[in-house]
Design a protein around this ligand. Structure first.
Ligand code: EPZ
Length: 423
């Protein structure tokens, strides 16, 4: 198993290219199940989660061909021959549940393993199921699988989510494109990944309005056709690398980055004293002076501060001047990075969903590990500002969601390398 070694090395300068969004690509790929014509995604990120989704689609009989070094995914669901998403794949990646809505909508039947809990929370999928039931699906949960049927097809419905769920909105949106009649999704998620999905579905012939607002209306059509769609830039990768010069000093341009994707996060970053400027190339982030100022952060659905940047923001707050309070409102167990950061000398007190971080002058490198993707990358960011070596193990978490992290950070002057861990 690989590990990553980061040696704190002062300011970073240069450019980092931002890849297509993992979480957008993971919902755009199952959209191929809605049509028997090809769907091609450009600007795809090269990540292990994307390979897992390819494997899942292939197990259903879809063809997925990675072209242009994995940047382009050419997909076709013409020859679907299996309607069961097996536990062996679903357990690796929860986003597998996103095949349920499309399979059911086009084929009238689907059997999908229920994803279990994960390191950051219980993460049930009840809202996905309720939205599909509202559209007339009959669901039977047995043997760890959801057996879903809609023999006469799904029917348009009004469904109000009791709280915002990105994945449930995506599943319902995809399913509704082929339902008979009109579906109105209320209290829908407004994340850029939802807008990207809606735009791709529109290119495929779907009739959708209101994407990006909390009420999405979908008029079902008989069939969807092929399309080509570029994946939106990854706002979480963008925010993560915006924090690199904020933590280590220097000035870095995030190529292809857009302020509208990270507005709430950028506002917080500016409040710490970091400069964020939108240019024709992307976002330029500079930390001109010494330590940043502490700010308080509360995570919320888009357009609020993303939970997927909370761990990385905490890494910055560890060396800020003053005390910051970070409140995690989306997942019940998303502070696993805190004890690891404390091993590097951070002062953090976690009480339930609230972490209070008192900034220290410097962190010290240490061997650390994390149990999820964003926690892992927060430790790398902390390592950029630490004295000595920070050795991050369990790198497979990183590879799920960050494309070549060590290459991107080396290119702006970080001392970071990947090692084979024989232990
Ligand atoms: C998506 O997960 C992302 N994953 C997550 O990114 C992200 O953290 C999350 O949205 C929130 O922004 C993908 O897009 C693949 P939710 P998702 O449904 O859709 C509860 C990363 O690091 N809930 O919006 O699973 C749930 O437990 C990952 O890239 C239910 O109770 O998130 C959570 O507390 C991690 N029942 C809250 O809602 C449901 O049926 C929001 O979850 C669905 C969700």
């Amino acid at each position: 198993m690989d590990r990553i070694v980061v040696t704190g090395n002062g300011p970073l300068n240069g450019q980092i290219p931002i890849a297509g969004a993992k979480n957008a690509c993971l919902t755009l790929m199952p959209a191929t199940l809605l049509s028997d014509e090809p769907l091609t995604l450009t600007n795809a990120p090269r990540l292990s989660d994307i390979r897992t989704m390819s494997d899942l689609l292939a197990s259903l009989g879809a063809e997925v061909t990675a072209l242009n070094d994995g940047r382009v995914l050419a997909m076709s669901s013409h020859g679907l021959n299996n309607l069961t998403a097996d536990y062996d794949i679903v357990r690796k990646m929860r986003a597998s549940i996103l095949v349920l809505g499309p399979l059911l909508a086009r084929m009238g039947r689907a059997v999908v393993s229920l994803p279990g809990g994960c390191a950051i929370g219980a993460r049930p999928v009840d809202l996905h199921l309720k939205a599909l039931e509202a559209m007339g699906a009959t669901l039977d949960l047995r043997d760890g699988y959801v057996h879903a049927e809609a023999p006469g097809g799904l029917k348009g419905a009004m469904f109000e989510f009791p709280f915002v769920s990105v994945g449930a909105t995506e599943n319902a949106l995809m399913a509704a494109t082929l339902a008979r009649g009109t579906t109105v999704l209320k209290n829908a998620a407004r994340e850029p990944e939802i807008v990207d999905l809606a735009q791709c579905l529109q290119k495929m012939g779907a009739k959708i309005t209101g994407e990006g607002t909390s009420e999405i209306t979908i008029e079902g059509v008989d069939r969807l056709h092929g399309a080509t769609h570029p994946v939106v830039p990854d706002r979480i990768e963008l925010g993560t690398y915006m924090l690199a010069p904020a933590i280590a000093g220097g000035s870095v341009t995030l190529m292809g980055g857009r302020l509208d994707l990270v507005a709430a996060f950028a506002e917080k970053l500016r409040a710490t004293g970091v400069e964020v400027t939108e240019t024709s190339e992307g976002l330029q982030v500079s930390r001109p002076n010494g330590r940043v100022d502490a700010v308080d952060v509360t995570t919320a659905p888009f357009p609020g501060f993303p939970t997927d940047l909370q761990a990385q923001m905490m890494a910055l707050m560890c060396t800020a001047r003053g005390t910051s309070v970070l409140e995690e409102k989306i997942f019940e167990n998303r502070f696993m990075h805190a004890p690891e950061l404390m091993r590097m000398g951070a002062r953090i007190d976690v009480q339930g969903g609230t972490a209070t971080v008192t900034g220290v002058e410097t962190l010290k490198g240490a061997p650390v590990m994390a149990t999820d993707l964003r926690a892992s990358v927060s430790l790398i960011l902390a390592g950029l500002a630490a004295e000595g070596d920070t050795v991050v193990s369990r790198v497979y978490h990183l590879d799920r969601g960050y494309e070549r992290v060590e290459e991107k950070l080396s290119a702006v002057g970080a001392l970071i390398r990947r090692e084979k861990d024989d232990g």
